[in-house]
Design a protein around this ligand. Structure first.
Ligand code: FES
Length: 101
């Protein structure tokens, strides 16, 4: 369960799916955003700026563009606006490219 809220009468959770984050398998749940899955895993910074400063989820609603990552090969994708999908490939972003490339 990690950092997710405990299930209760007001909380439902979708079926488990597996995404990869920089090649590491991470369990998530259908209906979660990539941002939620990353936060549940303790990943706070989804990218660094061109100058090297870490950035992560700030507004959580698609406005600030701080939560960008490379998702299924597409850079600059807002993790807070993207729902997880089984087999999704998420790469933390370094400047304008995937980290480590
Ligand atoms: S957290 Fe602001 S756009 Fe995603």
């Amino acid at each position: 369960m990690g950092r997710r809220l405990p299930l209760g009468p007001a909380i439902e959770r979708g079926p488990a799916v597996t995404i990869t984050v920089d090649g590491r398998a991470v369990r998530a749940h259908a209906g979660e955003t990539v941002a939620a899955a990353l936060l549940a895993e303790g990943v706070l910074a989804t990218r660094t700026t061109v100058g090297g400063a870490p950035r992560g989820v700030f507004c959580g609603m698609g406005v600030c563009f701080d939560c960008l990552a490379v998702i299924d090969g597409v850079p600059n994708t807002r993790t807070c606006m993207t729902y997880v999908r089984d087999g999704m490939d998420v790469r933390l972003q370094d400047g304008l490219t995937p980290a480590g490339s």
